[in-house]
Design a protein around this ligand. Structure first.
Ligand SMILES: CC(C)(COP(=O)(O)OP(=O)(O)OC[C@H]1O[C@@H](n2cnc3c(N)ncnc32)[C@H](O)[C@@H]1OP(=O)(O)O)[C@@H](O)C(=O)NCCC(=O)NCCS
Length: 191
């Protein structure tokens, strides 16, 4: 990727996607310790793991000019989770790549916030960052997440379903689906 213009937030009609703050750690740790929010992950996170994660997430913005944004509701300023772009750390047939991802607190789900934040993240990824393709993947049983992928126009090719290399293959969380969206397909959907 060529040198990108740095920004510190994005906005949608209801949401602000912004750089992380110290004050996000408390509500984010509560989310990450909630088995319902973390239902499709191998484990919940401790407060210390969340604090490390926030530091790492914020560092990606400095290093690459993009990352997983902290998301807050514009009206209330309430922190509700994250949405944004990242590079998967494992190797697979579809890496290196840029992935779009999301995690919202339980009380913020079912309001269309994930889709709204994801649509703005795609726009930023294709326009400002000039990406050719953005992918997304989830445990095949995580229908709420794959539902967002479909709603933002991403497409799955069943021949690309895979077992996540960092999850025990015997786990029900191991089978994953891969969704892709090219810049060209994104542009043609806008018309
Ligand atoms: C995946 C996740 C982010 C999806 O959140 P979500 O709130 O279900 O997704 P959306 O923002 O698209 O909202 C969905 C629902 O909000 C409802 N909704 C209410 N008000 C709405 C509005 N104003 N606009 C749009 N949708 C609205 C819709 O009915 C929609 O459901 P539908 O698509 O079945 O009709 C959420 O389930 C989550 O954080 N899960 C835990 C973490 C996780 O698994 N992350 C993904 C790992 S791969």
């Amino acid at each position: 990727m060529e040198k990108v213009q740095k920004i510190d937030h994005l906005e949608t009609s209801r949401l602000r996607l912004r750089r992380w703050k110290e004050s996000d750690i408390e509500p984010f740790a509560a989310m990450n310790a909630n088995p319902e929010v973390m239902k499709y992950f191998v484990r919940t996170l401790t407060r210390e793991q969340t604090a490390d994660m926030v530091a790492n997430l914020d560092a990606r913005f400095e290093a690459e000019g993009f990352g997983l944004w902290a998301v807050e509701v514009r009206d209330s300023g309430e922190f509700i989770g994250f949405t944004g772009l990242s590079r998967p750390k494992f190797e697979s047939f579809f890496t290196p790549c840029v992935e779009i991802g999301w995690r919202l607190d339980h009380k913020a789900q079912g309001k269309g916030y994930a889709t709204e934040a994801a649509q703005e993240t795609l726009r930023d990824g294709f326009e400002r960052l000039g990406l050719e393709e953005i992918v997304s993947f989830a445990a095949a049983i995580n229908e709420r997440s794959t539902n967002v992928m479909k709603k933002i126009g991403m497409k799955r090719n069943a021949s690309e379903d895979f077992l996540h290399p960092m999850i025990d293959p015997a786990s029900p969380l191991a089978p994953h689906v891969l969704y892709r969206l090219s810049r060209q397909d994104w542009q043609s959907q806008l018309r």
